[in-house]
Design a protein around this ligand. Structure first.
Ligand code: SF4
Length: 460
């Protein structure tokens, strides 16, 4: 009984978070920055923050995540970190030769009040930024928001600080990627190619955090959007922001700075969200969806139909990031399951609104909460009050799953106790197939485990 102190009685809490269902802003900023080719993320704060962020990403992706730090000590903590950051920029360009340094702040530098824009400008004015190299910056105070907010802030910074409008419109569509796995980004590029649409996907962590093993360490792997491509997003004819929490702010920034019109779609997880995304992409580009994609869709529908009888009425508890939970919940409803408890540590009004709309007909009384008090403790309490057949979420769910003996599907970020998850997409029709297969697998394993001898079946 790992969480033996979790009480069944739920009390309203205003100031206390117990086992948060989120992590800190700079982790998201660091992840997003790795989606630019030749970029070295830089953490403006103490070494401890940077180590934590790097190690969380490294443990999830099982790849060495490189990042630099301003290495605050007592002096910088009191007098500000300008001197540290200017000399860090100088050293990084000299020693590590990135094309871009993407600086994000931390709790400490935000509390001091360091102005990253002013310090970056000073570094440039002092000649510390070589010709053709760039420093971008995003404020990521971790005492508000979550890793999703930090990701969105860095993506917005990319759009604001790189996109250029030359007045020469290009026949390409921007896809502002919400927080997805590298495999999901690769899948979106594959789908766009199959439809025949030229896209600029950013950030793009495919071939960065799932780069092939070639026998030697490559400091800047071949993946990531290039600087010229990132600049060209200002000339694209349209943007699709994927995820209203993590992708939309970048699309809004492109509209504001370069007048690129946009629409927001959910991350293409599950059948209907993938339908909406591909329809929007095809419409924006003025092309038709080819038969090959319709066939992929048909295969997913076929498998969903085959599986429906096993999913019917199964109660699910889920936790994680809002942009992933929204389409995932819709997909679970399409599979005839009942998502009854849902928490996300990321604040934002649209989460509850979207969830209620998705669940209004099938599970109108579902427990839905997001924000700081929507934590793992609350989720556990809800599960104690109304048990579920399945738990879906990141690695931190394993404690609840073990205590309550619930089948558990790992999904989201971070997954620290498994390998390979980031190599398989959850996005697109193929991703939906994989998700459904994973879910059914754990449910049937449980059925086998609990079946009495006389009803232990070969064919289920
Ligand atoms: S919460 Fe703040 S202090 Fe803690 S690791 Fe994140 S940025 Fe650093």
């Amino acid at each position: 009984m790992l969480l033996r102190h979790t009480k069944t009685e739920v009390m309203e809490r205003e100031a206390l978070t117990i086992n948060p269902a989120k992590t800190c802003q700079p982790i998201g900023a660091m992840y997003a920055a790795l989606g630019i080719h030749g970029c070295l993320p830089h953490s403006h704060g103490s070494q401890g923050c940077c180590s934590y962020h790097r190690s969380t990403l490294t443990r999830h992706y099982k790849e060495p995540v490189m990042a630099a730090t301003s290495s605050f000590t007592e002096g910088a903590s009191v007098f500000g970190g300008q001197a540290n950051l200017v000399s860090a920029i100088d050293n990084i360009f000299t020693v590590y030769e990135p094309d871009v340094i993407a600086v994000h702040s931390t709790c400490l530098s935000e509390t001091i009040g360091d102005d990253l824009k002013q310090i970056s400008t000073k570094a440039k004015d002092d000649g510390k930024v070589p010709e053709g190299k760039y420093v971008i910056h995003a404020a990521t105070p971790s005492f508000v928001g979550s890793h999703v907010t930090g990701y969105a802030n860095m993506v917005q910074a990319m759009a604001e600080q790189f996109a250029e409008s030359t007045g020469n419109k290009l026949d390409q569509i921007n896809i502002v990627a919400g927080w997805m796995e590298p495999a999901d980004m690769r899948e979106i590029k594959r789908l766009a190619k199959e439809i025949g649409v030229k896209i600029q996907l950013f950030p793009d962590t495919s071939d960065v955090l799932d780069a092939p093993q070639i026998g030697k360490h490559v400091f800047y792997p071949k993946g990531g959007i290039s600087i010229p491509d990132l600049k060209s997003t200002g000339d694209s004819k349209y943007s699709i922001g994927l995820g209203c929490f993590s992708g939309e702010p970048g699309a809004i920034a492109l509209e504001k700075t370069c007048k690129v019109p946009f629409q927001t779609e959910d991350l293409p997880i599950g059948l209907r969200a993938t339908d909406r995304f591909l329809t929007a992409l095809a419409k924006a580009a003025g092309v038709k969806i080819p038969d090959s994609i319709t066939d992929e869709r048909g295969r997913l529908v076929d498998v969903m139909t085959d599986m429906e009888q096993y999913f019917d009425g199964k109660k699910v508890a889920l936790f994680g990031d809002p942009d992933q939970l929204i389409p995932l919940t819709e997909f679970l409803v399409d599979l005839n399951m009942k998502p009854v408890h849902i928490v996300s540590g990321t604040p934002g009004k649209r989460f509850e609104q979207r969830m209620q709309a998705i669940l209004s007909e099938t599970v109108p009384d579902a427990n839905i909460k997001n924000g700081p008090q929507a934590d793992m403790y609350l989720l556990h309490q809800w599960i104690k009050n109304e048990p579920v057949d399945l738990l879906i979420g990141n690695t931190y769910g394993k404690y609840i799953a073990r205590d309550e003996d619930i089948p558990f599907v790992r999904f989201g970020f971070p997954i620290l106790d498994r390998i390979g998850h980031s190599y398989f997409p959850s996005a697109g029709y193929m991703g939906g197939l994989r998700l459904a297969e994973k879910i059914l697998g754990v449910l049937m394993d449980r059925q086998d485990r609990d079946a009495p001898e006389e009803s232990f079946e070969l064919v289920m």
